[in-house]
Design a protein around this ligand. Structure first.
Ligand SMILES: Cc1cc2nc3c(=O)[nH]c(=O)nc-3n(C[C@H](O)[C@H](O)[C@H](O)COP(=O)(O)OP(=O)(O)OC[C@H]3O[C@@H](n4cnc5c(N)ncnc54)[C@H](O)[C@@H]3O)c2cc1C
Length: 384
């Protein structure tokens, strides 16, 4: 592949061994039990996967975005949900810490996060709607040397397992002109008044703990403010982009995982002395179309990551990767089930979970419709 270098190949080899020996054997069990794969998350930290793009000064590898993409793609071929935990930790919450943190905050939280010593979560979404920040109600009020937080967040990843939560709260009403008013805070699990709910039982992404958190007169030190007072929405837009970008390689991995199972089955399943592949033209054509979509997505993913590594923010293409990724992975997984037939609908076969996970991909973190609107705004402003 044109984007492969010796260094990237070395990291990819480590990821492949990890997936083959440690992830694949438990992937189905995690989907069925909905257990958070804490031991795999910790191993990902030991192997450097949680801090690929974090600077060496703060315990990361100081690597490039493409290396991270290759690792995410590889993991997603077997256990997409592990990449969800990594995305919420390293990209969403970690991205905000890296962008907005003081050197002291980074030393305290980002450095142990880079190695998996602690886990991060990012709490933005409220009942008013994920992209409807104008109607968020969680507030932080300064009282002496402490901030007092009150409010609720919903559908937050890594709840119950995260040690530290990066939380968005209003410190004044949102100014429609400047979009100021929203601030970021660092809240440690176990802080009195910080209540963590139970994980929801979801359609897909089984094993990622998604649920509510609430703040009931929760007092945190004044120094827990992360970044400028009232000015975190722009940083959130940028940090979320890294997470949307990662949905490209993650979706690619999911599509590849489903496609490989369908191809193998079509070649091996015999009827009337012939494999399904040899027997039916429609089977062959479906597989070619699936392969074509995968290769188109691969081209989009790695060209976008190359631009990102060259220093461009890729706000629009980052969002496009999530939209296209969700579309391709859902399509390929759906067709893979169809090609495998009745057996494909059986959970133990391990293919239908890619379809469930792909459906969640179109919503979790941001709905593709909201992202399309973001992209439209960037196109209109000629910032693509
Ligand atoms: C598994 C999972 C994990 C998540 N993890 C996190 C997390 O770690 N942190 C966090 O803060 N949030 C997280 N979320 C929340 C996620 O960001 C929101 O679910 C998402 O932004 C959509 O918001 P909503 O669910 O409130 O839907 P709503 O805002 O109620 O939207 C419903 C539907 O309306 C349409 N719509 C909404 N807005 C627009 C728009 N602007 N333009 C066009 N159509 C629109 C879309 O079709 C959308 O699906 C997670 C969600 C899921 C499902």
């Amino acid at each position: 592949m044109w984007y492969m270098t010796e260094e990237r190949q070395l990291m990819l080899n480590v990821a492949r061994d990890f997936v083959q020996n440690e992830v694949k054997p438990v992937a189905l069990e995690i989907d069925k039990s909905c257990r958070f794969p804490l031991e795999l998350f910790k191993r990902a930290g030991e192997l450097g996967f949680l801090g690929v793009t974090i600077s060496e000064e703060y315990g990361g590898l100081g690597g490039d975005q493409t290396t991270l993409a290759l690792i995410m793609e590889e993991i997603a071929k077997s256990l997409p949900v592990l990449t969800v935990a990594i995305g919420a930790h390293s990209l969403l919450a970690g991205g905000l810490l890296e962008m907005l943190g003081t050197p002291e905050q980074k030393k305290k939280y980002l450095a142990p996060a880079a190695t998996g010593e602690i886990m991060l979560a990012c709490g933005s979404t409220e009942g008013a709607g994920g992209s409807n920040q104008a109607e968020f109600t969680t507030r932080a009020v300064l009282d002496g040397d402490e901030w007092v937080l009150n409010g609720n967040k919903v559908l937050i990843s890594n709840i119950g397992v995260a040690d530290v939560y990066i939380v968005l709260a209003l410190t004044s009403d949102i100014d429609p002109a400047t979009k100021s008013g929203m601030s970021c805070f660092i809240v440690e699990a176990g802080t009195p008044g910080f209540v963590i709910g139970q994980p929801e039982h979801k359609l897909g992404w089984h094993g990622s703990n998604t649920g509510s958190i609430s703040f009931q007169n929760c007092r945190i030190p004044k120094e827990s403010l992360l970044g400028p007072l009232g000015g975190c929405l722009q940083a959130m837009f940028v940090s979320a982009t890294a997470e949307f970008l990662s949905c490209g390689p993650v979706s690619l991995g999911m599509a590849e995982g489903a496609y490989e199972m369908a191809l193998e089955y079509s070649l091996e399943r015999m009827q009337k002395g012939k494999s399904m592949f040899d027997r039916f033209q429609v089977t062959r054509h479906k597989l070619v179309q699936m392969w074509g979509e995968i290769e188109s997505l691969r081209a989009l993913v790695y060209s976008t990551y190359a631009m990102r590594d060259a220093g461009s923010m890729e706000l629009a293409r980052g969002r496009l990767l999530k939209c296209k990724g969700a579309e391709v992975s859902e399509y390929v997984a759906r067709e893979a089930i169809q090609l495998i037939g009745g057996v494909g609908t059986v959970v133990d076969t391990g293919v239908e979970r890619f379809w469930r996970d792909a459906k969640v991909m179109a919503i979790g973190g941001a709905s593709v419709e909201a992202l399309m609107d973001n992209i439209a705004m960037l196109i209109k402003n000629k910032t693509v």
